[in-house]
Design a binder for this molecule. Structure first.
Ligand code: UT7
Length: 317
């Protein structure tokens, strides 16, 4: 049984903040942010918007693309660390918003920026075991709510958004998820961590980050997990049609391009427009390219986030 991608969707908040619209008190500049990160702008939620509203919008679009009705969905998995509540899960809020009343399981996965690839692997496993026919897999985050807006080293990097795909169980097909492997190393929890939590401040706190450590780790794990994916699938770099890496810093992506010696035109970059939307970067990027991917293409997804968590997937579209 294969999990075939049959729908894509994306959602961004209404409000867009360009680099030169950031508060002067941050003492930053469009030049610094563009050169060091590739980011030109970020979208930030306002009144009436939240992780669940973005996730719902992306999900509706993905269901529309897939031409299936909400009650055909048998599983909802949302990768997020900025859900509207500690509980219930954002996936349950999305289930309600979509009017799904078939009692399908719905839950969130906490793997920070790797949330979407983690969610994908879980949904794929449900499909492979025959439990599920249609799965809605979402990556959604609103980091603007957990940023220290006085810390220029972190707040300029992130934005809000959501992306979704629909997976369908299909037999006898070359398409679909060929490989997905997720990883974690909890020894690095202090490198990218919120300053609060249930156990300490009883609130979410704000993002704190050892930027250089995260940068180095991301480059290393993107490369290692990519090589493992190619070895496991007997592929060479020429067999790969597209790479969709997590969008944290364009310099991380450029290092990967150099190390892999891959044609840069095969590597999808959206960080300039979207910034780092955490679990949403990969599905939002997929949504951007949905009409140009074509068929029989080998697409690699690479993620890396707090934990540290990381993952690699190979999908034949
Ligand atoms: O999804 C995972 C989430 N996080 C990441 O992926 C982050 C990965 N790390 C990075 O992308 C980079 O390490 C950063 C973009 C965070 C920082 O870039 P860097 O080239 O490693 O800069 P740095 O931290 O070494 O700082 C260099 C200088 C410092 O000034 P001094 O000490 O040299 O005078 C910083 O204070 O840049 C300064 N700086 C800024 N200046 C203007 C840091 N942030 C800013 C800013 N505007 N926004």
């Amino acid at each position: 049984m294969k999990s075939v991608v049959i729908g894509f969707g994306g959602a961004l908040p209404q409000k867009c903040i360009k680099n030169d619209e950031l508060p002067a008190s941050l003492n930053t500049s469009d030049e610094w942010i563009s050169q060091r990160t590739g980011i030109k702008q970020r979208y930030v939620i306002s009144e009436g918007e939240s992780t669940s509203t973005l996730a719902t919008k992306a999900a509706k679009e993905a269901l529309g693309f897939a031409k299936i009705s909400p009650n055909d969905v048998d599983l909802i998995v949302v990768g997020t660390t900025t859900g509207d509540y500690t509980f219930p899960a954002t996936a349950c809020v999305v289930q309600k918003n979509l009017g799904i009343n078939n009692e399908c399981p719905a839950f969130d996965v906490s793997a920070a920026c790797s949330g979407f690839v983690y969610a994908l692997d879980i949904a794929d496993s449900f499909i492979k075991t025959g439990k599920v026919k249609h799965a809605l897999v979402i990556g959604a985050d609103s980091f603007s709510k957990i940023l220290d807006w006085n810390d220029r080293a972190s707040c300029v990097l992130f934005g809000d958004g959501a992306g979704a795909i629909v997976l369908k169980a299909e037999e006898s097909t070359d398409k679909g998820i060929q490989y997905c492997k997720i990883y974690a190393d909890g020894n690095y929890t202090d490198c990218l961590v919120t300053s609060g939590g249930v156990a300490t401040t009883r609130d979410a706190g704000v993002v704190t980050m050892k930027g250089r450590e995260v940068f180095k780790f991301a480059v290393e794990k993107f490369y290692d997990s990519f090589q493992e994916l190619m070895e496991n699938n007997n592929l060479t770099i020429d067999d790969i049609d597209l790479v969709v890496p997590h969008q944290a810093n364009v310099r991380i992506i450029n290092k990967l391009i150099d190390m892999l010696k891959i044609d840069p035109r095969k590597v999808v970059v959206t960080i300039d427009k979207h910034s780092n939307t955490s679990a949403a970067t990969i599905p939002l990027a997929l949504n951007e390219i949905k009409n140009t991917i074509g068929t029989n293409k080998n697409v690699v997804l690479l993620s890396m986030g707090a934990g540290f968590t990381w993952g690699a997937a190979l999908i034949r579209m």
